[in-house]
Design a protein around this ligand. Structure first.
Ligand code: GTP
Ligand code: MG
Length: 136
């Protein structure tokens, strides 16, 4: 079946929302095939976010993502990439629809970085690339 990389970001782990987020993934019917808690190195994060290199939020994003442990999840299911992005909701947690992870559990904290609880791969190509980075 199709696979995706999901990250519970440092804000989600720090707020004790890992269980709630994993619950939603499983309740939707996706399978968790592997899972690991890790404080990511800068090199891993720069590779992970290579598409955003040069953007104004890149440095704060990498710093935030390295600030504490994240939970990396290998999840699978038919159309899981699209399905998890729908579960996660819009990037901006203030605007994200209620019913989504970001919409129900996230908000703007007035910080330099948009803390939005989760990451999900956005294509089959990025899923393959990101899974090989986080589950080398
Ligand atoms: P991910 O699943 O984390 O990749 O989120 P996304 O695909 O919804 O967003 P995108 O890949 O465009 O951006 C990656 C991350 O960078 C986002 O999750 C935010 O944390 C952050 N980000 C994106 N756009 C902005 C922005 O305009 N300003 C700020 N401060 N942060 C941003
Ligand atoms: Mg993205």
């Amino acid at each position: 079946a199709e696979e995706t990389l999901i990250l519970v970001k440092p804000d989600g782990v720090a707020r004790g929302l890992t269980g709630e987020i994993l619950r939603r993934i499983e309740a939707k019917g996706y399978t968790i095939n592997d899972l690991r808690m890790v404080t990511a190195s800068r090199e891993l994060l720069v590779a992970h976010y290579e598409e955003h290199e040069g953007k104004p939020f890149f440095e704060p994003l990498v710093e935030f993502m390295a600030s504490g442990p994240v939970v990396a999840v290998r999840a699978s299911g038919n159309r899981v990439i699209e399905g998890f992005r729908a579960l996660a909701g819009a990037t901006d947690p203030t605007a994200a629809a209620p019913g989504t992870i970001r919409g129900d559990l996230g908000r703007d904290w007035g910080l330099a970085v948009q803390q939005n609880l989760v990451h999900g791969s956005d294509s089959t190509l990025s899923a393959e690339r990101e899974l090989s980075l986080w589950f080398a």
